[in-house]
Write a protein that binds this ligand. Structure first.
Ligand code: NAD
Length: 428
């Protein structure tokens, strides 16, 4: 999503180049990995309810599949761009590699605002998207999943269309499906819970008791709500959240110094993660500008909305009370802000490690689809905890051994694994 002057793809390439230098990668290897291997840009004609045809721009971008089929979500967003999808596809490659699951990186999107579409129009858009890309995706090629403003229902329509065309049952072609229709228990919670499994281990490393901590969260959608849920269950206190207000087309931070009541706040939040501002004020939340979540006296910051949240312009607002930043969103910290944070006494857990829970659970969903045997929720979340915790300690060990920042260690592990796969296959 392009904020003015911000380009997620340039940022993803800049992050990669820094690590490529550290790993002393050859020119050809760099060229292969700093660019997606395949890109599909296509139009999706949709018959609207009023009988007119509207044409949407769709994308699927496959960054790298050396470690396994591409994997990554589909976004519906009015400000979607090819460069955003390129960046997200690259981050998916690193995410699957750092979590050590046998998948590559891909991402898709449609330039649209689902708020403006009826249910039937959304269904036709989902089916149209599949028809345009069906030859290039599938359970052994590239497996889409939900992302911002796409839901389990969208995934089921997409899978249904895929199966109609493919002429068989292929539940593993798409993940993030509804439970009972090939979906995995625990998938809805997975990304937010994964963020908190990593947060819990990070606090152990910092020797801080989770029940003594407070957090501010940006976003109040799927990731943010589930992160808040488990963090509160572990004894933490969420002081506030920041989210988008459709009516005013801007974000607000909602803060209550004695902590939010999660269920109460959920009760006044719509399905797109926007809090009702009047009701929030009635319930005693202070309404501040959208970026003010960064400037609060909390111990932990969890950016869980969109890219480009903590930048060179606002990184200095962060209070000395903040000891940990765990990125739930993709790309929420710009490289410029990252440089500043590395000079401070703050542990920063990079996005592609912290939010890998979603794709790990999607991988579990595929495994369950392939065996046609479904695990209980506790088993899914237990396996997720194991995978996230072991990825975290793999990264921490390298960071300590080489005395390098956690983000650099995570990138080094991920990129080295992908380079190895490319080399073993004889691509480079
Ligand atoms: P969502 O659509 O459910 O929620 C997005 C939230 O961000 C909403 O509360 C919205 O109001 C808020 N928001 C939007 N613009 C904002 C702004 N300018 N300031 C403050 N808040 C703003 O999306 P989600 O699924 O929770 O995803 C959030 C982030 O996590 C995205 O970056 C996504 O790519 C990433 N992510 C999601 C998953 C997943 O499984 N859902 C997995 C990995 C990464």
């Amino acid at each position: 999503m392009a904020a003015k002057g911000f380009n997620a793809y340039k940022m993803a390439q800049e992050q990669f180049d820094r690590i490529a230098d550290k790993l002393e990668l050859y020119e050809g290897t760099r060229e292969l990995l700093r660019t997606p291997m395949r890109e599909y840009h296509f139009t999706v004609p949709v018959k609207m309810d009023d009988g007119k045809v509207k044409v949407f721009q769709g994308y699927r971008i496959q960054h790298n599949d050396a470690r396994g089929p591409c994997k990554g979500g589909i976004r519906f967003h009015p400000q979607e761009t090819a460069d955003t999808v390129r960046a997200l596809s690259m981050w998916m490659t690193w995410k699957c590699a750092v979590a050590d699951i046998p998948l590559g990186g891909g991402k898709g999107g449609v330039i649209c605002d689902p708020h403006d579409l009826s249910e039937r129009e959304q269904e036709r858009l989902c089916r149209g998207w599949i028809r345009q890309i069906v030859k290039n995706i599938g359970p052994v090629e590239d497996i889409p999943a939900p992302d911002v403003m796409t839901t389990a229902q969208h995934m089921l329509w997409m899978m249904d269309e895929y199966e109609h065309i493919a002429g068989g049952k292929y539940p593993g072609a798409i993940t993030g499906k509804p439970v009972g229709h090939g979906g995995s228990l625990g998938r809805t919670e997975a990304t937010g819970y994964g963020v908190v499994f990593i947060l819990r281990e990070s606090l152990k490393e910092l020797d801080i008791d989770i029940s003594d901590t407070t957090a501010m969260i940006q976003g109040f959608g799927n990731v943010a709500q589930h992160a808040a849920e488990l963090y509160i269950e572990y004894g933490g206190k969420v002081l506030g959240v920041s989210c988008w207000d459709q009516e005013d087309s801007k974000a607000y931070s909602y803060i209550r110094k004695n902590g939010i009541d999660l269920e109460e706040l959920r009760g006044i939040t719509n399905r797109f993660g926007s809090v009702d501002k009047e009701k929030a004020e009635e319930l005693g939340y202070e309404r501040l500008p959208g970026d003010d979540w960064i400037a609060q006296e909390a111990n932990i910051l969890i950016p869980a909305a969109l890219e480009n949240a903590i930048t060179g312009d606002n990184v200095d607002w962060i209070k000395p009370s903040v000891k940990l930043i765990v990125s739930g969103a993709n790309g929420p910290i710009t490289p410029e802000a990252m440089d500043v944070l590395e000079g401070k006494d703050i542990m920063v857990i990079p996005d592609f490690l912290a939010n890998a829970g979603g794709v790990v659970c999607s991988y579990f969903e595929q495994v369950q689809n392939n065996t046609n045997y479904y695990w209980p929720k506790e088993e899914v979340l237990g396996k997720l905890d194991d995978k996230m915790t072991s990825a975290f300690y793999g990264v921490m060990d390298l960071a300590k051994r080489k005395n390098i920042p956690i983000q650099a260690a995570a990138y080094m592990i991920a990129i080295s694994r992908v380079v190895d796969a490319c080399r073993m296959r004889g691509w480079i």
